[in-house]
Design a protein around this ligand. Sequence first.
Ligand code: PLP
Length: 454
Amino acid sequence: GRSTREWQAADAAHFLHPFTDFKALAARGARIVTRGEGIYLWDSEGHRILDAMSGLWCVNVGYGQQPLIDAATRQMQELPFYNAFFQTSTPPAIELAELLAKLAPPQFKHVFFASSGSESNDTVVRMVRRYWALMGQPQRQVIISRWNGYHGSTMAGASLGGMPGMHEQGGLPIPGIVHIGQPHWWEHGRALGLSREEFGLKAAQWLEDKILEVGPENVAAFIGEPVQGAGGVVVPPDTYWPEIQRICDRYGILLVSDEVICGFGRTGHWFGCERFGTRPDLITFAKGVTSGYVPLGGVLVGERVAQALIEKGGEFTHGYTYSGHPVACAVGVANLQLVRRLKLVERVRDDTGPYMAELYQRIAAHPLVGEVQSCGLMGAITLVRDKATNAPFPAEVDIAMVCRGHCFGNGLIMRAVGDRMIVAPPLVITRAQLDEMAALIQRCLDLTLADATR
Ligand code: PLP
């Protein structure tokens, strides 16, 4: 094997990493991750790391699950690839479509496959515009999404998203995509003196205001993540989503739930829309469908849209070489069967989710912590300079990055977003492992506090 330094040199010489400052990476060298087992990773130096982010919110069943490995191996031997274009199909794609229809809310009987969350959201943009054209309202082109949402990195995905810094590169958003504010009480509601519940209604009202500004006859759809993930695990007030549903119903607008993170148990429900009480017309998914073992995504298409596409549509001129990839779908089936067999969704809802919330309440007492939020097995910790007033750190002290550095040095992966530290551990995590995670978080907060008060 090569030494860590050799890996790092070759990496910096040839590999342009996503969402990475190339020079900073070259200066510091990447951490080379070599192995995974359960909720732990090992790097090329032999350090064990508790992966509290499940990779990128995806390795829900943990690393090293034999049923997924076997399913991929079997399918590669049997038929590594065939497409779903031109009236052909393969057994794994059919089985996964059937299983997804069983697991999804009752209005979903159909699925369109892609290979990532970005592709799935791109599919949605074309599909909702096609739907309205078929319904005789082709002027309904506008899709409303939210600032600080994340929907992927393709031209449409990045346009739908509202993350700082993404629109500036590439001349985005593409036409017909507009944004409203996010239901982030800590950021936007507190200063207005509103309770969480009041603020939830106000943030939903921004949707109606935007619909009226654009003209309801021009609006195709609203898209949002049930809990904003990459934006910092922003758990919306309980008043928010029911009000969004009411507004979409009122103007006949399609509701799209981006469940790329929330889908398949993360919130303690099969889909996040079930946790928050909405009835979306479309659901996009990826990540947890295969626990990230192989790339797969897709769009669950509710009967309202499916019927129009099937009955009125003729050919939908859209698709990817890997739509319904047999190996990916075989792994998807094995993964979802494992999630069922291990009762992971129920475990998150009744056991590990509430237990993590309890642990987070204890973390909330830390002098560096302004508030904590969690939903199922996703959580956020907001760091403040002054606990009494909740005053934030000045912008030049990137406190979350300081904390992330300590996580790095102490065998824990947490993600830093603005002034928040976020986690989304594998759904197989046990209570004892959650205790271990919480102890590591406390230690890293202590070390960060020591730095901040030095
Ligand atoms: N939508 C959400 C909510 C996501 O979190 C992500 C990725 O993090 C995406 C879409 C994009 O998925 P992908 O990176 O698979 O294209």
